[in-house]
Design a protein around this ligand. Sequence first.
Ligand SMILES: [Zn+2]
Length: 166
Amino acid sequence: MELHHCPQCGEQLTTKKEDTNNRLYCQVCKVFVYENPVPVVAGVILDTEKNILLIKRGVEPCIGSWTLPSGFIEINEKPDECIIREIKEETNLDCRIKNLLGAYQQKGWRYKSVIVLAYLLDILRGEPKAGDDAVDIQYFSYENLPDIPFQSHGVIIEDVIGKKNT
Ligand SMILES: [Zn+2]
């Protein structure tokens, strides 16, 4: 989402230098309008053979593609709660966080930049069943991964398998 107008007064934004950054600026409100990355979560679930659980997206962007279970953090939600909720919605699985794998960054579709908090999780209970934004779910071996459109998800998987972080 490209910002063109001041969120406060609606005036057309200009740019102005602050420190070394050229930032969006409202000449009416006399304030800089800051653009920041948007946080999302993504979850890695492995079976005993280290196959990776992916979901097939039923919504844009990248409808029909396989990705890690993931989603945007709600405004009053903690990241830990968010990944548990997203996985429940998309896979019907109740999970528990094993550890935070790391923070990743990529260009978004709706947002210029997203920060992806990647978690490794264990399944507590539940039968895998696609729901919400997911139309299918499946375990893939690392050697036979489908094309994953979200660049950060590819790096996350690479890091998990590469570092044997399990
Ligand atoms: Zn303004």
